[in-house]
Structure formats: C-alpha cells, structure tokens
Design a protein around this ligand. Sequence first.
Ligand code: FCB
Length: 442
Amino acid sequence: MTISRAEFPPGFLFGAATAAYQIEGSGFGGAGPCHWDTFAATPGNVVRAEDGARACDHYHRWPEDLDLMKSAGFDAYRFSTSWARVMPDGVKINPQGLDFYDRLVDSMLERGLKPFQTLYHWDMPSALADQGGWANRDTCHRFADFAEAITETLGSRVASIATINEPWCVAWLSHFMGIHAPGMRDIRATARVMHHILLAHGLAVERLRGMRQPNLGIVLNFDHAAPATDAPADHTAASLWDGIFNRWFIEGITRQTYPENVLAGLRPHMPQGWRDDMPTIGQPLDWLGVNYYTRHLHSHAAGTPWPHLRDVPGPLPKTQMGWEIYPDGLQTFLTRMARDYVGDLPIYVTENGMANADQLEDGTVTDRIREDYLFAHLRATKAAIEDGANVKGFFYWSLLDNYEWAEGYAKRFGLVHVDFETLKRTPKSSYHALRRAIARND
Ligand code: FCB
C-alpha cells in the first residue's frame, strides 16, 4: 500500500537527511582532524577501521547529490555543517570550508530545496577533543562561537537551524557505552556530557537569538522502551531506560529539570552548579526534531552497577542493524511529545530509515523492504497528526548509503545506492517509490 502527499496537511515537507562526516570526505578542503578520524584509527573501534576520509566524496560530487534530491521532488534537505571543516583547530575559520557551505546552500535554493541545517552532527575538532571535548564546559562556549560564525555567513538563507543532533548519542552512547567517538566508558564524563551538551545547545540558541535568527530547534532521538517481561524489576528497568534516553533531554529543555530516576545514578557526578544552567538550557524552541528508528526490550541486570540494565533481543523482524521494526513507536513519540512537552510547537521527523543489505543487480537495486518500512513510518506520522501532533515534515535517513559510524560502510541506509569503489550513485526502488508518493496529489 502506497501513500500520497495529499494525505498530509498542506505545506508538509518531504525530504532526506545526511550528515557531513558521513558523506563529504573529511580529507578534503582543509578540514581539520576530528575525533571520528582518530577514533576510527584506533583498532577495534570501527568495523574494518574504516573512516570518513573519502566517504561518498560529496565534497566534490554535491551537485549530483542535490540533483538527485530535486529529481525526487523533495521540498527540503537536512544536512550538517562540519565544525572541523569550518574551524579546523576549533577556533580559527577555514575560508574554504565556509565557501563550501555557502555554495551548497545557494545551490539548494536554486533547486527549490529548503536548507535545514544542523550545527553539530558529531565532528568535534580534535584540538577541542584534546581539551576534554564535551566533558569540558569550555567546549560549550566554543560551540556557541562556531554557531555564530557560520550563521553570519549562512543565516539569512537557511530555513531552519538545529543546534545538536542526538544528545543521547553524544553523551551516553559515546561516553558510557563507548560505542561512538570518543569511546569512553566513564560515568563521570557521561554525567558531565549529559548536561554540557544541553548547555551548548542553550548557549548557541542564546547567541543566535541575539542575531535575530529564526527557526531554531534541536534534534533528539527516541527509542521505545518496553519491559522484557512483566516482572516489576523489568518495568523499572524499562522506565529507567526511558528516563535516560527519552526524557532527560526533552525535560531539561521544556521543564528545566532532569528525571529523578536518572539523577539517582548521575547526581554524584554532575558538574558543580549545574542547576544554575537550567534557564539557559530551557529557552523556548521554535521547533523540535524527532529521530526514531526502533524499540528495545529491557530487563533488570542483578549484580551489576547502576543502571542495572541489559537489553534483550526482541521477537519482531529486524533491519540490517539488528534493530526491530516497530512503526507504532514513532506515532507514540510524536503524540507524546505534543501532549506532554511541546504542545502545538512544530515537530519534524528529522530522521527515520532502515539499513538493508541491498544488492546492485543489472544496474538496479530493489529494496521493497525499505519501501514498506518507509511507508509504515509515514503512516505512523500521519496517525500522530490525526492524534493532534503538529508534525510539519518528514526526512528520510538517508539520501545516500554512507559512513555508518562504528559500523563503517557495510550498513546501507540510503534511498540511493553508493558503490564505494567507483562512488557511482544508483537510485534504489525505494527512491522511486518515495518520488511517486510525493508527486501524487490525490
Ligand atoms: C542516527 C544518526 C545518523 C545515522 C542514523 C542511522 O543515530 O543521527 O547519523 O547514523 O542514526
């Protein structure tokens, strides 16, 4: 069953998302080293130790990539501007980097694509990582400087700005679980980053509001948390995970508080005076971005330190990432955000998509499973709108197969297949299905 543009409110935006480090090629254009380059260079961190030095070579092939979005009929493009490209040492501007984004944004506008910019999609300049990265409070101020510098150049032409992509990944996944750069497993660093990443958001919003920049938001990710069994301890585990993943950041921003069940573990490690930062963190947003992929089942892990949790494989069909396919979770989060936190504020689905072991055969890729995933999640979005959530757009993750962080290049999320030898782009059947759906107006 397909879907059509006409089933969504007038003005609803369809688009795709990417991130700088995952597509551009960090080895080009005078970009400075970022913590992903060094993380990948350390054995055991990334599958086959692959890095983003060339990635999809979008740095040189961007006209073709923008044309692909135009031909798909997209209304908007969610992209990120790399901190390490614009400020290779974290402080001084690289004019070549700024020029790259300058041209990119002009060329989006020429093609009728609304530029949805993200300021931080994980390319922390190594010079700042050396000083402690997000565990160091000063980094929040450096980030506000970056936000200001790039907005001076691009601000009048972008349709919206997100400060941070996925604070949970920046903090928990990268400092507690050690899975993403900088690969730490340290509760004290985690607590600091859980807070500093929101402070960085708040300081950047303050700076950009001072420049009268409109349409400021943040992109949070959400993971449906369910108990593995009906045991009370598993319910407690799922609700703690919900606190860590789903409530911490949105409650910091909209209520200027953190969930008590999470503070119970992190409080001793929080940076001194953190409460004084809450008004900065809690400034009003213009919109909220929701990234959603999957759900997890949780159980109590007796005999382990706080948070006493482990996740248990679930029974639903899984993507190439091993993530269960659970579209209802998207409807639940969109509805929950509107009801409990942001009311009528515009919400965008800023990422949703699946990895699949796509095969290029006779010059084509048939990925019906991705078409089903995509349409099921578009229907979930529509259902949330019918529930009253003010959802204004949907960005598929991702336009291209790309560098999937610790998974390297093996996990393919794209609507467009990329041959990582030749860099040839081939639109998949899902690309064409989405193109037809958004061209339909009946
Ligand atoms: C999200 C990230 C994005 C991509 C997808 C699969 O967590 O924002 O860069 O890796 O997952």
